[in-house]
Ligand binder design. Sequence first.
Ligand code: NAP
Length: 337
Amino acid sequence: MNCRTIYVANPDRYADGMMNYRQCGVSGIRLPEITLGFWWHFGGINAYEESREKVLYAFDHGITCFDLANNYGPPYGSAEETFGKIYDDDLRSHRHEMVVTTKAGYDMWEGPYGIGSSRKMLMTSLDESLRRMKLDYVDIFYSHRYDGFTPIEETMQALIDIVRSGKALYVGLSNYPADKLAAAAEYLAGQHVHPLIYQGKYNMLVRDIEEKHIALLSKLGIGMTAFSPLAEGLLTDKYLCGVPEGSRAALGHHLQSSAITPLLLAKVKALNEMAVRRGQTLAQMATAWLLSRQSTTSVIVGPRTVAQLADSLGAIRNTRFTGEELIEIDRILSMQL
Ligand SMILES: NC(=O)c1ccc[n+]([C@@H]2O[C@H](COP(=O)([O-])OP(=O)(O)OC[C@H]3O[C@@H](n4cnc5c(N)ncnc54)[C@H](OP(=O)(O)O)[C@@H]3O)[C@@H](O)[C@H]2O)c1
């Protein structure tokens, strides 16, 4: 017997104060300040009902953007399968309210065509992603990275042809060096396709994109979405008293416990004290700090639990920082032992 509850979307999901939506670059589309990311915690190794609960909680709280990639899992492809099942079971009637993204460019399947940013890889991978997600089209298809060898023209022409085929509505770019990003945008503009959005790693501890990308994106009218906003959990209070069981550092899921140094802990402790003074958790303050930047369109969160998602959603309630607070944050981040 199937005892699964029938999902009825929260009628107040677009009520004032639930979520804010920001214009994405110069495009007409607005994205939620918080996007739900599927990198970890939605794969075949995770309990389906827990993944479903998080996705439906997100949708009920105004999150309309869902960020996937071909190889999210583990195993690769399984996060898209999980999404496809939730979509089919619960969200199919809401397709027009959702922005679903996927990407290709990193390793996905064996052999010479299962990795990189070639036309063959991008086109084949997107077809596979659509099949797994049970979708006819994605809203944004990303080139997941500049791979260092495929000519930019080949990758961009593949993206243009994908948009013209109707399999994606918009083009996105991720993990491109600034000069390659500029070259990609120029090629796309020459074919009258505007890159909607750039996805880059951006958090209090990793600020590389402040050097060149942000000014370039602003000049080109491209939106920016920040991934790993909590530095995979380092920008929370969870490691202040050791490495908790089940955490990413404990599991060695990408984040290694060697990242938790005495200097990092000193910074996190000081940031946490500031967050408490602001009436926020550190996760909320780190997310709010990204949202306080005009260049940020959306922050992609990667919660393991519904409670973490609920906590991170609270960030949108206070995204204002005084000048003194911003100076204090920079001082803490530049601390040396
Ligand atoms: N384009 C790219 O190349 C790329 C790369 C990476 C990520 N992304 C996208 O960005 C998304 C987010 O990245 P991420 O998962 O690294 O984000 P993150 O938010 O920096 O890290 C997520 C981890 O932080 C902890 N966490 C999350 N919310 C919390 C809260 N409120 N309180 C306490 N701890 C919390 C959890 O750690 P524990 O599990 O230890 O509790 C969780 O596993 C991905 O899902 C993906 O969609 C894109």
